[in-house]
Design a protein around this ligand. Structure first.
Ligand code: UTP
Length: 225
């Protein structure tokens, strides 16, 4: 069976607190894709992680502790998502190793973060590498990778394709510290590069994109690889 990993940005999943309508639709899509794919889904921390991290950072809380707090948020979101799927893990794995075992049991696993120092994008890339997935879909709040912030620059240009090297250069600029970062964190791109994992950066709530990518290999977002 083919393998697929989805990194779902927490901002797509949460909205004070959860985007239930979207989560239902995503669960239905995942259930369909499970017929043809073994799937790993890594859920981000979103508003929950951000609110805690931004409240504690001015109090000079250690970055490692902030990361740990972010990880708890990702796991709360991951556990929430399991409630919308049948025949799925009931415990959230804390390592990629454990996640792989759960994929063996259920054909699908939902998880969050693992350890401090990176984001769920890296967890997704490690999981993809480990199970031999050729495709990693990164569902974010923006519909691809742009040459500047499209929220601030109306002339921002979206890339339809980016090489690993170009993506790495763009990521280096702003991936420092706990909390929200760029379209994908640096480590995840390095892992994707070394194992030739093709990354699709899409707007995570464009449900049709997941099926389109799996059936055609094409996207309205950005392909890195
Ligand atoms: P996210 O993966 O959601 O980070 O994890 P993000 O990319 O900053 O945010 P969104 O959701 O895509 O908008 C939230 C935070 O949890 C910590 C990091 O501090 C991260 O910023 N984290 C997460 C870890 O330290 N390790 C992990 O494996 C995952």
């Amino acid at each position: 069976m083919d393998k697929l990993v989805i990194s779902l940005g927490g901002s797509v999943f949460t909205d004070n607190p959860l985007r239930i309508g979207f989560i239902r639709k995503l669960a239905a899509t995942v259930s369909e894709l499970r017929k043809n794919y073994q799937i790993g889904i890594v859920v981000g921390g979103g508003a929950l992680a951000r609110s805690y991290i931004s409240a504690l950072r001015p109090e000079k809380v250690n970055d490692n502790v902030l990361d740990e707090i972010g990880i708890y948020a990702t796991r709360m979101n991951a556990l929430s998502f399991t409630s919308f799927l049948d025949n799925i893990n009931t415990k959230i794995p804390t390592t990629v190793n454990d996640a792989v075992e759960m994929i063996g049991l259920y054909g699908c696993v939902i998880m969050g973060g693992t350890e401090p120092g990176h984001t769920t994008d890296t967890v997704a890339a490690l999981l993809a590498e480990r199970i031999g997935a050729r495709i990693l879909i990164n569902g974010t709040s923006v519909d691809g990778v742009y040459d500047s912030d499209p929220a601030k620059n109306k002339n921002a240009r979206k890339y339809s394709e980016l090489s690993y090297e170009e993506a790495i250069k763009r990521s280096i600029v702003s991936s420092v510290g706990a909390g929200p970062s760029v379209f994908m964190d640096l480590t995840s791109l390095v892992i994707a590069k070394r194992s030739g994992i093709r990354i699709y950066v899409i707007r995570g709530d464009e449900i049709e994109e997941y099926k389109n990518i799996c059936s055609t290999g094409k996207t309205g977002g950005t392909i890195i690889g």
